[in-house]
Structure formats: structure tokens, C-alpha cells
Design a protein around this ligand. Structure first.
Ligand code: 6PG
Length: 247
């Protein structure tokens, strides 16, 4: 259990994204050297977009053809919808790098029923990772963000998905946004070889304090405690405004 996350604080977002891209590249290279492939779960929202663009534009020697892309969560919207996490990654990275189409595993949000979309994505994981019953997939890298309320992926405080332990992927109704999301469950997040959070902006300061200072109730992002993997937090100075210890 990674009780002490590696916390890296950056004075500005440019240095944060440069370090995150370097970390991503090192893990991709190491995974390919060790296992012949690199499995990564991308996060959504706005924070990762500069990282995706930087990887596509400044890291041509990444093993793109041996990298396999998944999403730790997805909005239940068509793949070309402005809110789609798949569309975000496709426009900022996947369409700009030499990645074979069969290496990209998006959530089938064309399905009418979000539960069915979740089941299909779970089957995709089971097939790609050749999982035995009840076995968990181990991603080489799980990119994660955090909302101001401390949610991560689409595991929102108090939501049903947060309690699920016997599924890999579930549909989650998010009351505050009145939308359905498709999300990895906590056991999948905690099985990764590396969980890497990217958190920028003062709006995340209160949630970051709740996570890193173990302050108050355990928000979902604090529940990401990889079983045997590494836990990295890349945060900018603005997001550390509420941390108790001198930073
Ligand atoms: C999503 C993400 C979500 C995101 C946080 C932070 O689908 O929105 O997966 O967990 O990481 O909401 O979002 P921002 O990066 O936009 O602040």
C-alpha cells in the first residue's frame, strides 16, 4: 500500500507538464522494454490536455506503436461530443502520433444503456489483459485528475460507484451534474503499477489538503492507494495553497 505518495510541487504549470511528460515517457519505455507493450489509462477533464499535446509534439521517439490507450472514465456522450474524454485525447494526442487504430480502446458510448457500455468496456479489459475471473487488470500507468470535490475518474463523493469492489467498470449516475458517467472502479485504480495525479489550480487546494493532510473525510482521490504500485502527485504551487505543512 503506497502510504506515502511521491509529491512533486511545481512553481508553474509549464514545468509540471514537462516533468509529467518525462515521467510518462520513462514509464512507457520501461514497460515496453520489460513486457513489450505499455498500457495506459488516460484521464479526462481539462488538466491533462497540455500533457497530451506535449507528448504528441515533443516525444516522437515514444513507443507509440506498442502503447495501448484506455480511459479511466468517460462521459456518456457520443465520441465526437465536446465533453467526450476520448475526443479530448484524440484531438490533442492520438490523431497526432503514429498510433495504430487497434491500440485505442474507447468506451462504446453509442450504446443506449450506460450499464451495457460499462459491461462491454469491462469485457474489453478482460480480453486485453487476458484476465481470469475476479482478476484485476494492471495498467502500467493510470493518469488521474481530481475535481474540487475530491472526485477522481468518475468516482464522486457519495456515489454508488465508489463502493463497488466486484466490478472493473461501472456506469455511475452523477447527481450534481445530472449525467451518467462510465468509470473504472477503485480496485482497478489501485491495481495500477503507477497512479499519477496531475492537479493544477487553486480551485483544487481544499481537496488536495483533504487528500495529502489526511484531513476530514476520505475524499475519493485519497482512496487511490495502489496495492503494490507507485503513487505520484504532480501539483502546481497554486493547488498547495491550503496544505498544512510548509511546502
Ligand atoms: C473527467 C475526469 C475527472 C477529472 C476531474 C478534474 O472525466 O472529468 O476524468 O476525474 O480528472 O474532474 O477535471 P479538470 O482537469 O477539468 O479540472
Amino acid at each position: 500500500m503506497a502510504l506515502h505518495p511521491q509529491l512533486r510541487i511545481f512553481d508553474d504549470t509549464a514545468s509540471l507538464y514537462a516533468a509529467a511528460a518525462t515521467e510518462y515517457a520513462a514509464r512507457a519505455q520501461a514497460a515496453v522494454e520489460k513486457n513489450g507493450r505499455f498500457s495506459v489509462a488516460l484521464s479526462g477533464g481539462s488538466t491533462p490536455k497540455p500533457l497530451y499535446s506535449m507528448l504528441a509534439e515533443k516525444f516522437p521517439s515514444l513507443p507509440w506503436d506498442k502503447s495501448y490507450f484506455f480511459w479511466s472514465d468517460e462521459r456518456f456522450v457520443p465520441p465526437d461530443h465536446p465533453d467526450s474524454n476520448y475526443r479530448l485525447a484524440r484531438e490533442s494526442m492520438l490523431s497526432k502520433a503514429p498510433i495504430p487504430g487497434e491500440n485505442i480502446f474507447r468506451v462504446q458510448t453509442e450504446e443506449k444503456d450506460p450499464q451495457r457500455a460499462a459491461e462491454l468496456y469491462e469485457q474489453t479489459l478482460q480480453s486485453f489483459f487476458r484476465l481470469k475471473p475476479r482478476q484485476l487488470p494492471r495498467f502500467d500507468l493510470m493518469l488521474l485528475g481530481m475535481g474540487p470535490d475530491g472526485h477522481t475518474a468518475s468516482l464522486f463523493p457519495g456515489s454508488a460507484a465508489l463502493k463497488v469492489r466486484d466490478r472493473l467498470v461501472v456506469a455511475n449516475w452523477v447527481e450534481k451534474f445530472q449525467v451518467n458517467r462510465i468509470t473504472f472502479t477503485l480496485p482497478v485504480l489501485n491495481q495500477a503499477a503507477c497512479d499519477m495525479f496531475l492537479v493544477v489550480d487553486k480551485s483544487k487546494a481544499s481537496a488536495l489538503r483533504q487528500v495529502l493532510d489526511q484531513d476530514g473525510e476520505a475524499v475519493p482521490a485519497r482512496m487511490v492507494q495502489p496495492e503494490t504500485g507507485e503513487l505520484l502527485w504532480f501539483v502546481d504551487r497554486a493547488a498547495t495553497a491550503d496544505l498544512a505543512r510548509a511546502s
